[in-house]
Structures are given as C-alpha cells and as structure tokens.
Ligand binder design. Structure first.
Ligand code: CO
Length: 425
C-alpha cells in the first residue's frame, strides 16, 4: 500500500450510533469512545480507521466494535492490494486479471506518458482552435462545459500494447501482456460541436491535436474520420479526469490507438494535410518486411485476452469459469470464442450485456479441467466479421520489424500442477 494521506476525522459522527434504527445497543466503552471522538481522535478510531489500520488491528468480531465514520474521499479495503505495474518513467499497466465487469477504476487505468504528468491549474487552462476555420476560438474549461455534454463507455488501448510479445512470450501476467488497455465512461463535449462552433473550412481535411505536457504531444487526425465520434473529455467514470489521464481536458477518439487520444489538450489546428509530427513519423508507424512503413494506422483491431485463468495464477482440476475481455476498434464484439486445446477447436463464450461498440466486452466460458496439460486461448470476432488471428498468421503479413498493433491470439499454458504461464504456439 502507498502511505495513506492525512484526512480530517473530527465532525463526522454528529449522531450517536444508538439513534440509528436497527443498530445494536452500544457498550459503555463504545459510548465513552464516541464521547472522546467529539473532541478528537480516539484510540479506537486510530486503530479502526481504514486509512491507518493494518491487518493486526482487525477485530475478531466486527459486530462488537463501532465502525469508522464516513470519509471525505473513499478508499478500498486494506485487504485489497491490486495495483498498476509501473514501467519506469513512461507508463503503467492495468491489472486486468484482478478486475470484474468492463469498467476500469480510474485509479487503475493504464498510463502512457511521454514526459511525465503535468501539473495544470484548470482555471488557467485554455483550448485554442484555429487554422482553417471561420472563427478561431480560445475556450476555457468553463466555456467547454457550457456546450451540450455526452457520456460514452469506450476502451482506450495503447498501440504498443502486447508489443514485447511480438518476438517472444515476455509478460508473465495478463497485466504485463495486455494491461495497456482500459475502459472508462468518458464525459465531455462532442468534437463535432466545437468544430461547428468555429466553422471548419471545406478544404480542412486534417486536424492537429496538441497536449500541454512537457513532450508537447502532437498527432494529426483526418477530420472526416473522427468528427462524428471524437470527444473532448473532462470527466471519467463520473468524476473529473485524473491528472495522469489528461486533466483537465483529453481528446478521446473511440477505437483509435491511445496515442491519438491527446491528454492535457490545449490546441486543435485545422489544415489541408497531416502535420508530420515526430510521433507519427519516427514513432507510431509500422515497419513492414519489405522495408516500407505503414503510417497513420489508427484503428485498434479486434483483440481479446483470457484474464481468468491467466499467467501467474494457479488452478485446480474441476469446474473453472474462464473469463476474459474482448474488444474491437471497428465496432461491437459479435462473438468471443475459447479454445481449451491450443486452438484445435473453438467454442462460443457467453457475452455479458451490454455489448457496446468500441468498448471492452466481458466474456465467460464454463469449463471442466481434467488435470491434463493444455493451452487456453480466446479470439474475438467483431461486427465486421473480422476474426482475431493466430500469432503465426499475423507475423506472416507483418514480419518481425513491428512493435505496434499486435492483436494476435494469446496462449496460456496450464501445467499438470495447475500453473498458468505465457506461451506462444
Ligand atoms: Co498505429
């Protein structure tokens, strides 16, 4: 656990617990404790506060000790330790194997920064929209929040997700192999709304998006492809963006590589051609076997991963609910299939509703493991009919020069002892 922040504790228990209907009669000691609470931190609170307690201070019977008062900002149980894996200075990975459903808690959403997380005062933050427009505008956060708002659940995936898996099974866990993708409910104003406000000139076909981080991250985006779905977001999962997710303003392009979802967004410039920035020339291109490079490969193709059981876990023979996530940058997941024999046969998994376009989709598959060594795989089939392909098929086209856009089928080997490891077949 990280060190807990100091939080004010007084003034939170104004009503005696005994007044709450259905509550247990309080012992004299508990009442005394409450009396002391009114003036300051009691010994009991010091022990019981979820922010301060350790496992040795857990009461054997929680019904015999008054609980802790409400807090200003919620925290999880001290027994829960799931965390992002931080990879040096540049990013962190979502613990997909620990999560349920499809929404990634904002505190566990993956990160990819190019020069750290900037500290930005939202009252000073501005978005400049200029270039080939009729009415260039400088918008404050208050201005942006006055526009009609919209919320949408979408995944974001770094195009470098699973990149190290290109050459060898590298990550030990689903977090390490696939943790550069997360799903949030994003809230903001439609890009179309703001572009309508400035009046985009007909000849403007490309838009530069620029962040205000120390890398001044910039990408060029073809206007026609993003105007309908692009969002200028100021909120995530119901609260304001986290600093590491672009606070106070982030561009979200549903289904496109995470790098196009410019964080700390400060500028949009309309032009007639791509701006050929560093991040779309020396980076984020895909070198093909013949030496040519694919550029502006924006869409994240259909992909999936089994999160239970997955690398680093141990299973027992008998019933296992195989669980995982499937997604596609081209729309909705039509089908997720699971193989329990290393890809020789495939069976359809159950999809958890709602199945939303460009959003993580949870799948489940009931399986009885006989205790023999085997390999588990999943594959996503999206609404276009595209079938996620095996690693060998991907490499046959893309060769060994690439890192980005590895959407190959993931294989987890289960040993006779029940240990799950990352393998390639
Ligand atoms: Co790309």
């Amino acid at each position: 656990m990280h060190p807990a922040p100091e939080e004010p504790i007084s003034e939170t228990r104004e009503e005696p617990l005994a007044d709450i209907p259905g509550s247990r009669p309080l012992s004299r000691r508990a009442v005394l404790c409450q009396a002391v609470t009114a003036v300051g931190l009691t010994a009991a609170q010091a022990i019981l506060s979820p922010l301060r307690a350790d496992e040795s201070s857990v009461p054997t019977d929680p019904t015999r000790v008054p609980g802790t008062p409400p807090t200003l900002y919620g925290h999880r149980s001290l027994f829960e330790k799931s965390e992002r894996v931080v990879e040096s200075w540049w990013g962190s990975f979502t613990p997909l194997q620990d999560l349920e459903g499809v929404v990634t808690p904002a505190s566990l959403h993956f990160e990819r920064h190019h020069n750290g997380v900037p500290l930005i005062d939202p009252s000073h933050h501005r978005l400049l929209v200029h270039g080939l427009v009729d009415r260039p505008l400088i918008l404050s956060m208050d201005d942006l929040k006055r526009f009609p708002s919209v919320s949408r659940l979408v995944f974001i995936e770094c195009s470098g997700n699973s990149g190290p898996e290109w050459r060898a099974p590298t990550g030990q866990t689903a977090q390490q192999t696939h943790g550069l993708t997360s799903t949030s409910e994003w809230t903001g104003v439609r890009l179309a709304t703001v572009l309508k406000e400035v009046g985009v000139k007909p000849e403007a076909t490309w838009m530069l998006a620029e962040g205000s981080d120390a890398a001044v991250m910039t990408r060029s985006l073809p206007v026609a492809d993003i105007v309908e779905e692009g969002l200028l977001c100021y909120a995530q999962n119901g609260e304001v963006l986290r600093p590491e997710q672009g606070y106070p303003l982030r561009l979200v392009i549903p289904g496109w590589e995470g790098n196009t979802c410019i964080k700390w967004l400060r500028r949009l410039k309309l032009g007639t051609a791509p701006f050929m920035t560093r991040e779309e020339t020396s980076r984020y291109t895909d070198l093909m076997p013949d030496g040519s490079a694919r550029q502006f490969t924006m869409v994240m193709e259909a992909k999936s991963v089994i999160t239970t059981p997955s690398g680093g876990q141990k299973v027992r023979p008998g019933f296992i609910e195989v669980r995982g996530l499937a997604w596609s940058g081209r729309g909705s997941v039509m089908k997720a299939e699971v193989s329990t024999d290393g890809g020789r046969s495939w069976e359809e998994a159950q999809l958890q509703e709602p199945v939303l376009p460009k959003c993580h989709t949870r799948f489940r598959f009931s399986w009885r493991w006989d205790g023999e060594e085997t390999i588990l795989q999943s594959r996503c089939i999206d609404e276009t009919g595209y079938v996620q392909s095996a690693r060998t098929a991907l490499l046959a086209v893309r060769g060994m020069n690439s890192d980005y856009h590895n959407n190959a089928i993931q294989s987890w080997k289960i040993s006779r002892e029940g240990h799950v490891t990352n393998v390639q077949v």
